[in-house]
Design a protein around this ligand. Structure first.
Ligand code: V0D
Length: 247
């Protein structure tokens, strides 16, 4: 069965009424993909951006509400300087080629993570991209950049302490109030988490938000991820009976 036929089959099988509203993806394996092909690591990242394009296109076509992509973790600063440098050029490159299509497809772009500690040119690229898409009402596309979940939780706690000291907190903190202090304030938690490249870890990604999410893994590296993978994950999600801890 070729790619086109597989896509058509999933289009038949996926129930558009039961889509996961929020899908989060840990895009792992660009470096290994390149290594195994005898290519420089940046080739893996370059191909990884192509996969981002295709995944955003497919998510938007399916009608997902939110797609959250883990692009750069707070730990990724420990990579070689040349690689970090190359990665930091990707947001600008991405918008240069994708902005018209994002606008055409009604996609809104948002950053989650500690934006203040990113290089100015990256902040500007994302600010411009977010600004240009802010009135779009279709899929929300979150890029997690300089993101770490424990530091996000601590940011929330510290902002809560400030608000408490300012007398803005009434009574005990419940889950809903706490969630409002995270980068994902006002967004429903991910229904489905996808991780590529065979690793079966959460790696400090959305620890609070993933409490009840379905998890889907593939051994394929991110540059080899395709719309077939996304559709298969969505279809698999639909087959699972979600119980939220109940019987
Ligand atoms: C490399 C695989 C898109 C993961 C995908 C700065 C690692 C390609 C973006 C991007 C990266 C980020 C923000 C934004 C628009 C695009 C991106 C990074 C890495 C780290 F507003 N791909 N991408 N950012 N890779």
């Amino acid at each position: 069965m070729d790619f086109r036929q597989q896509e058509q089959e999933f289009n038949r099988k996926i129930d558009p009424q039961k889509l996961p509203y929020h899908v989060a993806i840990i895009m792992d394996g660009n470096g290994r993909w390149a290594l195994e092909k005898g290519l420089p690591r940046q080739e893996g990242h370059r191909q990884g951006v192509e996969t981002v394009r295709e995944t955003v296109r497919c998510g938007s076509e399916l009608g997902l509400g939110i797609l959250t992509l883990f692009a750069f973790s707070t730990e990724n600063w420990q990579r070689p300087a040349w690689e970090v440098n190359y990665l930091m050029g990707l947001p600008e490159k991405y918008f240069k080629s994708e902005l018209p299509e994002l606008i055409r497809n009604n996609v809104r772009v948002n950053l989650i993570g500690d934006g203040a500690r990113l290089p100015a040119k990256v902040r500007k690229a994302i600010k411009d991209g977010a600004e240009a898409t802010k009135n779009n009402t279709g899929m929300l596309l979150n890029f997690a950049l300089n993101y770490g979940s424990r530091s996000e939780i601590l940011m929330a706690v510290n902002n809560l302490l400030d608000d408490a000291a300012a007398g803005k907190i009434k009574g005990a903190i419940d889950e809903k109030v706490f969630s409002g202090y995270l980068y994902t304030a006002d967004m429903p938690d991910p229904d489905l988490l996808i991780r590529t490249s065979g690793e079966k870890r959460i790696s400090n990604f959305l620890l609070w938000q993933l409490a009840y999410s379905e998890l889907w893994f593939t051994n394929d590296y991110w540059p080899d991820f395709s719309r077939i993978h996304l559709m298969e994950a969505v279809y698999d999600y639909q087959l699972r009976k979600r119980r939220f801890g109940k019987v």
